[in-house]
Design a protein around this ligand. Structure first.
Ligand SMILES: [Zn+2]
Length: 495
C-alpha cells in the first residue's frame, strides 16, 4: 500500500510538472530612462519626493547603486541605444547624438528614406536604421514569434526610437512644429485613431518648446498611459514592452544646470508623474505583473562658475580656437586648408576627401593636429582613435574609448578634458551644464528595478549600463540582444 502511494505521489508530481502551462514571465516590461538624471538626484531630492514616486522605487525595488557607463562619450543617443541593446557604440553603431556616415553628418536616428506621420516637417524623418544591433524589444519579438507588442515614447525622436528597436510596433515623439505626438512611415502610414484623439486633447501651439518645460514630462507620461490603455499592453498572451524616455530633464539641465529652482521643479514633476504612472500600471496590468526599471542615459556636471565660486577646479576648453589653431598648423605643414571637418562630442573629424584631394598624408595631418592639442592645458588626454592601446592613459579610459569608437562614424582623434572642464569656453555669466565625459558626474547613473520577481534591496557591486538588457533578458528567459556584452545582475537576497 505504501509503495502504491509513493508511485501515485511520483506520478502526480510528474503530471504536475507537465501541466505547468509555460515559463513564468511578467505581463509587461517597462523601461524608464530619465535624460541627464545623475545618480545622486535619487538622494539629493529624496526628502521632497512623495512616497508613491521615486521613494516607492527605492523602498520597494532593488537599487544598483554603482552603475557606470562603460564608454565615452556619455551622450543621449548612445545612452538610449546602449541601455536597450546591452552593448556599446563599437557594436551598435550609434556613435553620438550626431556623427558621420561616409563623411556626411547625420543625427542619430535621422532617416531620409522615411517621412513623418502626423507632420510634414523634418522632425518626422526618423527611424532606428542607424542602429546596428537588436534591442530587448526585438528579442521579445523573436522569443514570442512576434506575437507581443513593443512601443517607445519620448519628446525627442532618438529617445523614443532607439530603445524600442527595429521591430517595434511604433515609436511616438513630439514635433514642436505641429505641437503634438508624431511618428514616421517606418512604423505606419497614418496615426491610429486613438493617437489622433490623444493629440486633439494634448497639444500645444506650434513652436512652443516642450523640451525646456515641465509639461514635457507630463505629456510623455500621459502618452505612455494612453499607449498602455489603447494598445492593451500586458493583456496579451506574451510579455509586452513599453519604453518611456523623459527628455525635458536634459534641456532644463543644459539651460539651468544641476542646482536651483528649475532643476528641483522638474524632478518634483517627474516624481509626481511617476507616482501617477505606477498607479496606472497597478490598475491596468496589476501590481507584481510588470517588471520595471528606471535609469538614465548619462548624468551631468556641475556648472563651472558654481564650482569656481566654491574654490573647486573647473572651467572650459576653448575648442573653437583649438580648431582654428589646428587648421592653421595643418595648412602650414601639410598644405591642406580647413582640414578639420567637425568637432562633435570631444571628437575631431578630419576631412578625408580634402586631405586625399591634395595628396597629403593622413598620418602626418593627425600628428600635426595632436601636437597642437597636446599643448592645451585643459585637456587630460589626446588620443588617435586607431592607436588607443599605445596611448599613455589609464586602462579604464582605454576601455571606454575603445567601447565608444565605431569605425567610420567616430572621427579620428578624441580628447578628454580635465575633471570639471567643459568642451567649450565658459563665460562668467554661463549658467548651464553639459555632459559627455568619462567622469563620474557624467557616467554614474541611477538603476532601480521594481516589480515582478524583484526583491527589495540594494547593491554597491559595480554594474554597467550594458548589464540592464542582459538582466531583463535573463529574468525573462529570452535570448539577449545580438551584440550584448553585459552580464545579468543577480539581486542579492534581502537581508
Ligand atoms: Zn541625454
Amino acid at each position: 500500500m505504501k509503495r502504491l502511494l509513493i508511485i501515485v505521489a511520483v506520478c502526480c508530481a510528474t503530471l504536475g510538472l507537465m501541466a505547468q502551462p509555460r515559463i513564468d514571465r511578467p505581463k509587461l516590461v517597462v523601461g524608464i530612462v530619465v535624460d541627464q538624471m545623475r545618480w545622486d538626484y535619487l538622494y539629493y531630492y529624496y526628502e521632497d519626493y512623495s512616497s508613491d514616486g521615486i521613494k516607492r522605487l527605492l523602498n520597494e525595488g532593488y537599487s544598483c547603486e554603482n552603475t557606470m557607463i562603460n564608454y565615452v562619450p556619455t551622450v543621449t543617443a548612445i545612452g538610449h541605444a546602449s541601455l536597450y541593446t546591452g552593448t556599446v557604440p563599437f557594436f551598435h553603431g550609434i556613435a553620438g547624438n550626431g556623427f558621420m556616415i561616409n563623411g556626411k553628418p547625420v543625427s542619430s536616428s535621422e532617416d531620409k528614406n522615411v517621412e513623418g506621420v502626423g507632420t510634414d516637417s523634418k522632425v518626422g524623418m526618423n527611424s532606428p536604421r542607424n542602429l546596428r544591433s537588436t534591442t530587448i524589444g526585438d528579442e521579445l519579438k523573436h522569443a514570442f514569434d512576434f506575437d507581443c507588442k513593443v512601443y517607445g515614447v519620448a519628446i525627442k525622436p532618438r529617445a523614443a526610437i532607439l530603445p524600442a528597436g527595429h521591430s517595434a510596433d511604433a515609436a511616438y515623439w513630439w514635433d514642436s512644429n505641429v505641437g503634438h505626438f508624431v511618428t514616421s512611415t517606418y512604423y505606419m502610414d497614418r496615426l491610429p485613431n486613438w493617437v489622433e484623439k490623444f493629440n486633439h486633447k494634448y497639444n500645444t501651439e506650434p513652436k512652443h518648446d516642450l523640451n525646456t518645460s515641465n509639461e514635457g514630462v507630463t505629456y510623455t507620461f500621459r502618452m505612455a498611459e494612453a499607449i498602455l490603455e489603447n494598445e492593451k499592453l500586458g493583456r496579451g498572451k506574451y510579455t509586452d514592452m513599453l519604453c518611456v524616455s523623459v527628455s525635458s530633464t536634459d534641456a532644463i539641465g543644459h539651460t539651468y544646470s544641476t542646482r536651483g529652482r528649475e532643476n528641483y521643479e522638474v524632478y518634483m514633476q517627474l516624481d509626481k508623474e511617476l507616482a501617477h504612472f505606477f498607479k496606472e500600471l497597478d490598475k491596468q496590468v496589476g501590481r507584481g505583473n510588470y517588471l520595471l526599471f528606471l535609469s538614465a542615459d548619462h548624468g551631468g556636471a556641475h556648472n563651472p562658475n558654481f564650482m569656481k565660486e566654491h574654490d573647486q577646479p573647473a572651467g572650459g576648453w576653448d575648442s573653437k580656437t583649438a580648431r582654428t589653431n589646428m587648421n592653421e598648423a595643418i595648412n602650414r605643414e601639410c598644405g591642406v586648408p580647413d582640414a578639420i571637418q567637425a568637432i562633435y562630442d570631444y571628437r575631431i573629424y578630419l576631412n578625408h576627401n580634402k586631405i586625399d584631394s591634395v595628396g597629403a598624408d593622413v598620418e602626418q595631418v593627425k600628428k600635426v593636429a595632436i601636437d597642437v592639442l597636446n599643448k592645451e592645458d585643459e585637456l587630460v588626454a589626446v588620443v588617435d582613435y586607431e592607436k588607443i592601446q599605445e596611448a599613455s592613459i589609464p586602462e579604464i579610459l582605454k576601455e571606454r574609448l575603445i567601447n565608444g569608437y565605431h569605425r567610420g562614424r567616430s572621427g579620428d582623434i578624441v580628447v578628454m578634458t580635465q575633471a570639471g572642464y567643459f568642451p567649450y569656453r565658459v563665460k562668467s555669466d554661463y549658467k548651464g551644464t553639459t555632459h559627455g565625459s568619462w567622469n563620474p558626474y557624467d557616467s554614474h547613473i541611477p538603476l532601480v528595478f521594481m516589480g515582478w520577481h524583484v526583491p527589495h534591496g540594494e547593491t554597491n557591486k559595480p554594474t554597467r549600463i550594458v548589464d540592464i538588457a542582459a538582466t531583463v533578458c535573463a529574468m525573462l528567459h529570452i535570448q539577449m540582444p545580438n551584440a550584448c556584452i553585459g552580464d545579468a545582475i543577480t539581486f542579492d537576497a534581502p537581508k
